[in-house]
Write a new protein. Structure first.
Length: 165
């Protein structure tokens, strides 16, 4: 089933452009699609970090090296890359439901604002996919992330199997 509300139109209305699905940074695949039967696939999106031209957009810990506001924007950028991976794996119009999102926040000891940072990713997914973007979530504080980035986002979604061209 393809949904009437077009996620690409929502992206354009938000002034956003879907980037190409980023390649893996190491020995893994950016997304996998497991056939579930009944024309559905379960799409698992590997951790997405915000890099441009192979370099992190931001590096550092929240909140002492990267502000909470900067981290929220970084989480939005990571979620945009999650959407790019979903688009490449199944097509955004075929996403039935984002099931689970995990947001890792590289943070200083004692920081407890991971949910506020994770809201940047969650809110973007809902803005683009509507109710299909609402999801269960974990917001986790960690002491290190790849390339020194402040945020990494991973997701699990259910989609209808893309129709062969």
């Amino acid at each position: 089933m393809v949904y009437a509300d077009d996620p690409h139109a929502r992206l354009a209305a938000l002034g956003l452009e879907l980037p190409p699905a980023p390649p893996a940074l190491a020995a893994y695949v950016p997304a996998t699609a497991l056939p579930m039967g009944h024309g559905r696939v379960l799409v698992s999106v590997s951790g997405q970090v915000l890099v441009r031209d192979g370099a992190p957009v931001l590096r550092g810990r929240v909140p002492d090296e990267v502000s909470v506001e900067e981290a929220v924007e970084n989480a939005r950028g990571c979620a945009l890359r999650v959407l790019a991976q979903l688009d490449g794996a199944a097509g955004l119009a075929n996403v039935e439901q984002v099931l689970q999102v995990t947001v890792f926040v590289r943070c200083a000891d004692g920081f407890e604002g991971q949910p506020a940072v994770a809201d940047g990713a969650s809110e973007l997914l809902v803005a683009v996919l509507g109710e299909r973007g609402r999801h269960a979530r974990a917001a986790v504080g960690v002491n290190a992330l790849p390339l020194g980035v402040p945020v990494e986002v991973t997701a699990l979604a259910l989609a209808t199997r893309p129709t062969p061209a």
